[in-house]
Design a protein around this ligand. Structure first.
Ligand code: SF4
Length: 180
């Protein structure tokens, strides 16, 4: 498909709809939404951890199991005292301002933080999560949480907007196909 598009010098396809999505059975739709929101989601085994820590709950166990990519994967573990600042269990009690969720999500795994000490005092941002803290900061071996907030969070805020819109659309498609 990509090759055919390339051969025709086609760079992309944009589609815009002008009609709303019709729900075949609105009552059944509502039942499914309620079940999903109030039964399935809160009873998942990792729900409370995901809610309180978000994806940073992975950093500690990955480090413990020698599975955390540091310095471009040359190192896979740091002693706890060296990487402690990156554990959600450490930085959230100090810097958390509020929890929040993406559109339509019942799991407020997203966090807003503000640094109030050290050289990065005053830096504030959203979504210090596994993806950015590990993909950028531990890969660079930059294990200063204040620095990570300054460096990474403006990037993840932009990425999160894109992901949120994509999730919102995927979720909507899944639910409407489940009820139609
Ligand atoms: S949709 Fe957003 S808020 Fe909900 S679990 Fe996923 S990342 Fe967290």
């Amino acid at each position: 498909m990509g090759a055919v598009m390339g051969s025709k010098n086609l760079k992309g396809v944009a589609v815009r709809g002008s009609k709303s999505v019709k729900i075949a059975d609105p009552d059944r739709y509502e039942q499914i939404i309620k079940k999903y929101f109030f039964e399935i989601i809160p009873n998942r085994p990792n729900h409370n951890t995901q809610k309180s820590l978000g994806t940073v709950n992975l950093i500690k166990p990955f480090n413990k199991s020698f599975n955390l990519p540091i310095r471009n994967g040359q190192i896979v573990h740091r002693p706890d005292e060296e990487i402690n600042e990156f554990f959600g269990e450490t930085f959230l009690p100090k810097y958390l301002i509020r929890h929040f969720a993406c559109f339509s999500c019942r799991v407020p795994c997203q966090k807003q933080v503000q640094i109030h000490d050290g050289p990065y005092a005053g830096e504030r941002g959203r979504r210090p999560e596994y993806g950015c803290l590990v993909s950028l900061c531990t890969h660079l071996d930059a294990l200063d949480f204040g620095f990570s907030v300054k460096l990474v969070i403006p990037l993840t805020s932009m990425a999160s907007m894109r992901r949120s819109l994509a999730r919102r659309w995927r979720w909507h498609l899944n639910v409407t196909s489940a009820v139609s």
